[in-house]
Design a protein around this ligand. Sequence first.
Ligand code: C2E
Ligand code: MG
Ligand code: MG
Length: 693
Amino acid sequence: MTTASLRNTAPTRRRRAFIGYVAAVIGVGGVTTAITLLTTPLVWHGLSTVPAAVWLLAALAIGVELRPLLPPGARYSQAAMISLSFIMALLLMWGYLPALIVQTIVTILIFTQLRATSWRIAFNAAQFALALTASHLVLLAFGVSSTTLIDEGAGLGPLLLAGLAWFLTSHMLVSMVWALREGVSWVRMLVRSFGPEAIVHAAMLALAPILAVAATSQTWLVLLASVPIYAVYRMARLSVDRERVALSDQLTTLPNRKGFQELVEANLLRSKVSGAKLAVMVCDIDRFAAVNNSLGHDVGDRLLLELTRRFRSCFDRPHEVVARIGGDEFAFLLAEIPGVEYAKRRAGCLQSALGASVVLDEVSLDVSGAVGVACYPDHGEDFDALFRHANVAMAEAKKRGSGIAVYAPEFDHHSPQRLALLGDLRRALDTPGLPGVELYYQPQVDLNTGEVLGVEALLRYRHPVQGSVDPGDLIALAEHSSVMRLLTYRVIDEAVGQLARWRADDLELRAAINVSVRDLHAPDFCDYLTERLAHHEIPTSQVQLEITESALMADPRRVIATLKRLEAMGIGLSLDDFGTGFSSMKHLRSLQVSEVKIDKSFVLGMKEDPDAVAIVKSIIELGRALSLRVVAEGIEDEATWRHLVTLGCDTGQGWFHARPMPAEAFVSWLRRYQPPPPPRKIRDAPAPVAKLA
Ligand code: C2E
Ligand code: MG
Ligand code: MG
């Protein structure tokens, strides 16, 4: 997709003004040209009377435009008209008609090569015709003609004014189109769109009188005078090519990061006007470095070329761009899309392009990659935001192993809002007496008897402006920062202090405290816990630590020493959200786990999903076989509770018994608590309830 093709349709907003303006320029251009032609006497009668120099100038004008000079990725600039010297020489020496004919042919040639629509070609032909008319009128006004130019030596002023008239008329007319397209003021656009072609045009206009004089004295002198024109053309071409190289990747010839950025920005401008959505996708190839290292860079290059071929054939629709933005990173632009779901479907197509293995040097390579998607306007308004968010989503897809992820703010630990939230949390933890951080307690009960065995301490944070923040989100945010340590130490301090206060009121309870696996990496973690327990005279058996299965199993060896120390201290370890990670039986044994907590997603699913029941059942059986206590979390109703009891689950927690609540509310709840009648008689003795003073 080129920026030129973007200009082929009328904008959605200011559409009527845009179409009206384009039609007016075409109309006025046509009428003015007709009047000028009618009032200009014909110099020649028949083609045979046309001088050879005119044919030569016309041929050179057309010849140099066979490869139009379009500044790459240019948002406003139009093609620089290299043939302008020849056209102006024709105007100066042989008048309006031959110059107009050649200029119109050249315009059609340039804009057909740029794949412009017929209305755009008509507009540009009218725009240049009006520019030529303006130039012609200046020459007429100053009485400049071929005779005055050669015999009397016309002054520099009229010639400069004629050149200026051409350039200004053309520039003003086209700037208005861009102004209407983007919805900015015409004057602003006049200044903003003053592109590099202005210098080329100035050089071409300056060379026109020399060419004109040369053409009338000796035809072959035209060829000599064309040499500087060729030099200007070559220099302009080289700078264009250099710019093009700077915008593309050498190996694949795809746009590089800078080129991609320019294309996205050009499309964003258009989307802002039309209201259309667009998506930026980033794909990172997995283990590409390993291919380079083990099979060599040549194989790596061939793999990239094959992937480029697949991506190109996958994203070949109008308004789709494939770019290579780094060693093994590709980016995709999908403009004019209906919405996020569409982008996600197209990302799926990308995954299937990666899916088939690539055979290179008889080695079959299985390629995979993670894709991140960010959409305008939902996930960002400018290139930087969209690109960054697509990368954040890609990192999330990699982390989850899900292949594709669409950006969501919670993936982004570094967005300004999340960093501000983290700062506020740090302040709330650092400043004694500042409200906001609190612990709620959810009872854990013996499912057979209804006895309250203990509580799980759950963090609550109320932000002064945002209100309650989801604890899961907050932990995910804090976990990657030094705030996590402050948070865990506050939770330990608060929970152990609460146990001591309850103990003073004759209420003996066990508390389960959630900790992050990173907390266990800290060398002073056990010391801090020991010190707090000793300070409040709480036996270690009254505290249990919960750690999520997925976090612990990601790198179990790193925390073995801490876990051994905790076991020696008599502090139990519970594997939280069990069933969502990948525990190996070996690790369950070696990590001194005393309890597993069935993830609430399975417990919640028990009523409708037989698979969830099968998973819950097998976890209970596993727990029994390994002598581990099994706790079910997320028991929301009586049916689930009864079902868990029949499956042999000992302990549970959930909204059916009680929701998490502040410490005082928990005590009132406990006073009122009546254990539900046992679903089946397991024990003869009546259910003992934790005693309150
Ligand atoms: P978790 O440790 O698995 O905690 C259980 C979650 O299930 C709690 O969510 C609890 O409110 C919720 N829950 C309990 N019963 C039911 C029920 O019947 N139905 C439903 N739908 N949900 C129920 P919460 O409080 O939002 O905490 C979310 C997660 O945040 C916790 O999951 C834990 O991983 C983390 N977290 C909470 N507090 C702390 C903390 O102090 N430190 C650390 N490291 N993580 C914490
Ligand atoms: Mg927990
Ligand atoms: Mg859990």
